[in-house]
Structures are given as C-alpha cells and as structure tokens.
Design a protein around this ligand. Sequence first.
Ligand code: ADP
Length: 491
Amino acid sequence: MDPTSPKVLFISSEASPFAKTGGLADVGGALPTALADLGAQVMQVLPLYGTVREKGFKLTAVPGGLKVRLGRHTLRAGVFETHTDAGNTVYFIDYRDFFDRPYLYGQGSRDYGDNLERFAFFCHAALTLPQKLSFSPTVVHSHDWQTGLVPALLKGPYHKSTPLTRAASVFTIHNIGYPGLFAQDRMEATGLSREEFFHTGGLEYYGWISLLKSGIVYADAVTTVSPTYAQEIQRPEYGMGMDGILRHRASHVYGILNGADYHHWDPETDPHIPHRYGPERMAGKPGCKKALIQEMGLDATLREKPLLAVISRLDHQKGLDLLVPILDAMVATGAGLVILGEGDGHMEWQFKEAARRHKGRVAAFIGFNEGLAHRILAGADILLIPSRYEPCGLTQLYALKYGTVPVVRGTGGLEDTVEAFDYITQQGTGFKFYPYDPWALFGAVREGVAAYHHSGTWSRLLSNGMQADFSWERSARQYLGVYQSITDSRQ
Ligand code: ADP
C-alpha cells in the first residue's frame, strides 16, 4: 500500500446493497470501491438498520463492541463487519433502540421524532471506531444532513482524539432540500457545546439547528454531485437559504459528478432483465420491451409505439406535477407510459387515476421495486425526468446505458450529463427543456416521440447514449484530488 495514499473514513447513512432510499445509497455503494481501486484505504461505516439484518448479509461481530461518549452519557453499541462483493470491509454500528426499525428515517413524510439523537449518535460512534480498530484516517468523508455533524465534531470534541488529529474533512451535499432541522433546545443531543457551535456562523439556521449547515460550515472541503448544481446552490433560487454560506465558502466548494455503477447497471450483464443486450447486439431490447408491456398489463400494440417511463420518488423536487396536465395529450400522440414511484399520496393517487383512465396505455406501480426499475430501464424507449432541481440524478445515466433516451429538464446534473440531440451534427443523447412548464415538457416529449419514428435518428441517439461513459473511476479521481488538496493545506 502506498504510504501517501489517503486513508478515508467514509461515513454515510445509506449504501447499496445494504440500505437505500435514493441516490445517496448508489454513491455509498460505489464510491468507496472506486476509491479503493485507485489505491485509497477506505473504512466505511453504516448504521445497522433492522432491514440490513433481515436481508441476510453475513455479519461478523467485532469483539468488545464500542463505548460511545455523547456529552454526559456513555452508550454501548455493537459493531459488526461484512465484506462487499468488491472486497471492501463495511462496519455497522448496532444500537437497536435507534436503528432496529422498519424504515431508515420515518414512515412516508413522517420522520422519526428522535432522528437527531439517532444520527448524532451514529456520527459519534463512527468517529469512535477508528481508535478501536487502530485506523488513522487522513480524510473523513461524510454525506448529507444525517452525517453533517461529523465536520463540526472534528473541530470540537474529536479535535484532539488521537487517531483523528491529522484528519481533514470532506462533506458532500447530495440534496440541499433536506437541511436536517431540529429545535434549538435539543442542542445537547449533538454533543457539541452550544456556546461554541450554535450561532449564525455555525449550526444556527433561522433559529433552528441545521445538521446540513454544520457540514457546510465546518468541513475543510464541501462537494456536491455535479458542477452545475455546485453553481446553482450558490444562488437564492436553488440554495434553500444556504446560498449565502455557500458563496462565503465558494473557494472550497467543488462539483463532482456521480458515476454510474456499471457492475449493477449494464444491460449486457443485468440479472434482473429477461434478455441481455448491448450496443453491438440490440436484439434483446425489443424482447425486454415486450416483457415489460406484458408485466405491466399494457396493450400489446404498444410494442410498435414509443413507451415512455418514469422511475422516481414522487416528491415535489422531481417535477412530476408537470406530467399531470399533459398526460392525456401525451397518450394522444400514441405513446404508452409506465410509472414506478412512491411518495406523495396525492401524486400516487393522480397516477393511479391516470392508469385507470387510460387502461392499457398507462400503468402505474406504486412502491419501491429494484428489479422493476431495471426492467423498465431495459424495456422503455424514453425516460422522463422533469425535475424542479436535480443535484446529479442517476436514472438518466442508467437510461443512457440501457439505450433508453432521457427527456430531461436542463438543471443540475441533468444539464451536465444529457446533451440535447442536434439533427445536423447527429450529436447528443437526449432531449431537454428549460422553463418549468408542462408544455415545455410536452415539447421535449414530442421531439422524443418524433425521433422514435425516424429509425436512423433513433439508432444514432441510442448509440450515442450507450457509448457515453459515466464510470465511477473518473469521479473517484476527482475526489482524490480534493482529498489531496485539503490534506496538503493542513500540513
Ligand atoms: P434521488 O436520489 O433524488 O431519489 P437519483 O436519480 O439520484 O434520485 O437516484 C434514484 C435511485 O433510486 C435510482 O437508483 C432509481 O432507480 C431508484 N429509484 C427511485 N424510485 C424507485 C422506485 N420506486 N423503485 C425502485 N427504485 C427506485
């Protein structure tokens, strides 16, 4: 092992395949491996959720467990380890009162009332683990509000903690829309001193504690998941009240695109899809479309028509309210539509209602279904992503790989990863619109539908998209560059 290579303590609340609610898990699953492939030593830490236990991973107890000091209290946690398929070791913090629950953060839009205590505890435990395992990180990398306390803890109670004294901190914002807000009278639960940390230049956010702000203020470097989003969040329209502090820290803010984990998202090897295919052998794709049409109970005639799809959390962020007023017009173009998603109850109802109204042409699966997400990517022709804002977005990267053309709103990572098709140069991978307006979306859908009916254009689009490379290696190299710059500047 190269002695100059970084030693990274990677702390997140989600990582595939263990625990997932969204894109953070895809990153937590793939980035540690990509970093290790480039020579970094990575210690990854996750909470041991009840769902992880139930999924039957082979977990081995680390003898002795962990004593976690949190303010005036000392709590005892268990520690388990497992090895990923890629050979990384992942450590799990076991504290049943906090993590042995059916959901990660709460049910639907109702968060668990003790999320502050749960994730403050997790951050403390993760920072206590290196000492037990004799690991001296040079970088501590944490993510989103759940682990936003970590950079502040490194400046406060863990500042002089032996294995962490040399550690620089990186905090990644995956979504600024989740500020991690808690009432200020609960400051004690963070384990930070109120005098030192609860003020406008610290965790205070309009009278609340914000764990996301903690990460932004105290980390040595702040990254977010696309270059465009890194710029957008420094403006009031996208910054959700954090834009001022981000502008203040602008010289330490970096935008690094997420990669796609092609070990799990590649139609040549995907075990979830009925027929394998790739850029050189496309024959499997129509088979996947036929199977999807059958599985979703749609009319067989749609095999010759463009099949549109949505795979998304049904959340304000995702812009699916734009779809509702144009749904009938979309169906009138002859296209079919498959929706996979869960979240906002009213939106769920609207899509179920659309499926009832357009039986055979529109199908909605309300729920979270990993296998179906793969089968839709393989079987659909066009994936719709009309996000209000999109830090990076992963489904468009997967869609490109599966020869499914993305129709996106040009914001954040969607702007950076989808190139609008140009009929003259024949360059480009999808279709884009900009104004947040249903008929602007409809215009882009019509472009997609028209291209579908022109076989030369369509094969060119698919080929351009399938050749685009968003592998993690490129992103991991950029993270190593950030790690290097902050560890250099500390020395
Ligand atoms: P976000 O993290 O904002 O939800 P991303 O596009 O970054 O959006 O990542 C979403 C991830 O979650 C993708 O891997 C996508 O396939 C998956 N996903 C979203 N909704 C569902 C669902 N209902 N069922 C299965 N997978 C889903």
